[in-house]
Ligand binder design. Structure first.
Ligand SMILES: Nc1ncnc2c1ncn2[C@@H]1O[C@H](COP(=O)(O)OP(=O)(O)OP(=O)(O)O)[C@@H](O)[C@H]1O
Length: 470
C-alpha cells in the first residue's frame, strides 16, 4: 500500500509539480488553504505533510504556516511535516525545524532535492516508529519464543506457519495464561505485516467510552476538554495487526462499530464525519465460551462469524505437561538473570514436583511460581517449591464439589451445609448467566423437561428472588 503525502500550498503550479514528482511512489492529496488541509487530515490517514509556509490569508507572512506547523505538531504528533520555504530563507527553515518540522526544501524546486528530502523524511519517521514498536514489543514480551517440543506445541507452530500469511481474521481460544497473546505475536511476526505495528488491547480492562475512543480515535472537541485530535489503534496499527484480547468483554455498542469496520473496512473518529479506511488484520482471543455468549445475547452472532474465520486452540499446560522441564528451565534462566542469581537448572525432585501440579493458571502461573522461588532461593539453589503442596491431580479429573470442599477453611464443616451452599451458588450462577430467566437457567443446569418448576422450587428453597413471569 502506498503511503500518503498531503501537499499544502496555495500555488496551483507548485502543487501540480509536486504531485507529478511524487505520484509514482506516494498517494498525493492536495490542499490550497488551511481549511482544505484540515479537511484532508480529518478524512484520511496522512503519513507526511508538505507545508508551504507562505499561505493565505497572508501569503507574505510565514507566520501563518508556522502557526499551522505548531498546530500540526500538537494535534497530530505522529505525522511528520516537511516545510517549503522561499529562496534563501535558511533562518526561517531552521526556526521551523525547532518547532518540530522534520526537514525543509526551498523554492524554486530542485526535483532531486525535493524527492530526496521527502523520501528521507518518510523513511526516518517510519524507522523511528518501527524502533518504538520494537522497543514496546521487547518490553511487553517477556519471552519471545513459543517453547515446547510436545506434539501439541509442534502442531500449534505448524498452524501458525500456515495461517500467518493469510489476511483472514483469527480467533485464538484457550484458558488463561496459555500463551494466546504470544501466539498472536507469532502470527504477526510470520506475516507480511511484520514491518508494521502489532498492537494488543485487553478489551475486558477498559470502560466502554475509553475503549471506543482508543480503538477509533477522536477529533478535537469530541468530548468536553479534548483539545487535540487523537489517532485510534485502528489507525496507529495501519498496515499491521490489532490483537483484541478477551474479545468477549467488548460492550455491545463497540461490537456494532467493530462489525462495521470488518464489513466495510472503514470507520470514523469519534466526533468526526470523515470516513477513514482501515488496513489492519484483526486477531481476537477468548478464554470464555463465545457460543454461550451469543446464545445469551451478550455477543453479536454476526460479529462472532466475522471474527472466527480461522480458529486456533492453545492447549492448557496440563495437556502438554511433557514440555514442563523445557519451559521451567528456560523461565528459570530468565528469572535468575533478572534477579542477578546464578541458578542454571532445577533438580530432578523439583521438576517432578512441578510436573505433578495441575497448573490452572498455565504458563503464566509457572512463570510466577518460578520467579517467587528464585527470589526466595538461598545459596543459588532451588530445593523445593513451597507453594505447591503435594501431588495434585489435573483439575479436569476432579469434580467441582471436591475442589470446592478442598477450599473450605474448616474441614469440620458439615457436609450438608456445604452441599446446600454449593447448590445455591450454582442456581445463582445459572440465573446470572441466563438473564434471570428460570426456564433457561434450568435448562443450562441440565434439568430437562421440568426445568422451570425445578428452578422455582430451588429459588423458593434458597430465598432467591426472581420476577415471577421469568
Ligand atoms: N509455549 C510457551 N513458551 C514460552 N512462553 C510461554 C508459552 N506459553 C506462554 N508463555 C508465556 O506465558 C505468559 C503468558 O502468556 P500470554 O500472555 O500469551 O497468555 P494468554 O493466554 O494471552 O493469557 P490471558 O488469557 O490471561 O490473556 C507470557 O509471559 C508468555 O510469554
Amino acid at each position: 500500500m502506498k503511503r500518503t503525502v498531503l501537499v499544502v500550498d496555495d500555488n496551483d503550479i507548485n502543487r501540480l509539480n509536486l504531485k507529478l514528482l511524487l505520484k509514482d511512489d506516494y498517494c498525493v492529496l492536495e490542499a490550497g488553504d488551511l481549511d482544505a488541509a484540515d479537511a484532508a487530515l480529518s478524512g484520511n490517514r496522512v503519513d507526511l505533510v508538505v507545508l508551504d509556509l507562505a499561505l493565505p490569508p497572508e501569503p507574505d507572512n510565514p507566520q501563518i504556516g508556522m502557526g499551522y506547523l505548531e498546530k500540526l505538531r500538537s494535534e497530530s504528533p505522529d505525522t511528520p511535516v516537511v516545510v517549503i520555504t522561499g529562496h534563501d530563507e535558511r533562518a526561517l527553515a531552521l526556526r521551523a525545524q525547532k518547532l518540530g518540522a522534520q526537514d525543509f526544501f526551498g523554492k524554486p524546486f530542485d526535483p532531486d532535492e525535493v524527492k530526496n528530502t521527502i523520501d528521507r523524511s518518510m523513511e526516518a519517521h517510519w524507522q523511528a516508529m518501527r524502533e518504538q514498536e520494537m522497543h514496546r514489543a521487547l518490553e511487553t514480551r517477556v519471552n519471545s519464543e513459543l517453547l515446547g517440543e510436545s506434539a501439541a506445541m509442534q502442531a500449534l507452530r505448524a498452524v501458525i506457519a500456515k495461517v500467518a500469511g493469510a489476511p483472514s481474521t483469527v480467533l485464538i481460544r484457550g484458558e488463561t495464561g496459555t500463551g494466546k497473546e504470544l501466539v498472536a505475536r507469532k502470527l504477526h511476526e510470520a506475516s507480511p505485516r511484520s514491518g508494521h505495528p502489532f498492537i494488543a488491547i485487553n478489551c475486558a480492562a477498559m470502560s466502554e467510552q475509553l475503549l471506543e475512543s482508543e480503538l477509533f480515535g477522536y477529533e478535537k472537541g469530541a468530548f468536553a476538554g479534548v483539545g487535540k485530535r487523537k489517532l485510534g489503534w485502528f489507525e496507529r496499527a495501519g498496515g499491521g495487526t490489532l490483537f483484541l484480547d478477551e474479545v468477549a468483554g467488548l460492550p455491545l455498542s463497540v461490537q456494532a462499530k467493530l462489525l462495521r469496520v470488518l464489513e466495510s473496512g472503514e470507520f470514523s473518529r469519534l466526533g468526526g464525519d470523515a470516513i477513514i479506511s482501515s488496513d489492519v488484520r484483526l486477531i481476537c482471543s477468548t478464554r470464555e465460551d463465545l457460543e454461550q455468549r451469543v446464545a445469551a445475547g451478550s455477543f453479536r452472532d454476526d460479529l462472532y462469524y466475522r471474527i472466527h474465520v480461522v480458529e486456533i486452540e492453545v492447549p492448557p499446560l496440563r495437556e502438554h505437561i511433557e514440555d514442563l522441564p523445557l519451559l521451567a528451565d528456560a523461565i528459570l534462566l530468565r528469572k535468575a538473570a533478572m534477579c542477578g542469581k546464578r541458578i542454571e537448572a532445577f533438580d530432578e525432585p523439583v521438576l517432578e514436583q512441578l510436573e505433578r501440579y495441575s497448573w490452572p493458571g498455565n504458563v503464566r502461573e509457572l512463570e510466577n511460581v518460578i520467579e517467587r522461588s528464585v527470589v526466595l532461593a538461598a545459596d543459588n539453589v532451588v530445593e523445593s517449591i513451597p507453594s505447591l503442596s503435594g501431588p495434585q491431580p489435573a483439575s479436569g479429573d476432579v469434580d467441582p464439589m471436591t475442589l470446592w470442599l478442598q477450599q473450605l477453611p474448616d474441614s469440620g464443616i458439615r457436609a450438608e451445609k456445604a452441599v446446600a451452599d454449593f447448590e445455591r451458588q450454582l442456581v445463582e450462577e445459572a440465573l446470572e448467566r441466563n438473564q434471570h430467566i428460570k426456564a433457561r437457567a434450568g435448562r443450562w443446569l441440565g434439568f430437562g423437561d421440568r426445568a422451570k418448576d425445578k428452578m422455582r422450587y430451588l429459588c423458593d428453597k434458597y430465598d432467591i428472588e426472581v420476577a415471577d413471569n421469568s
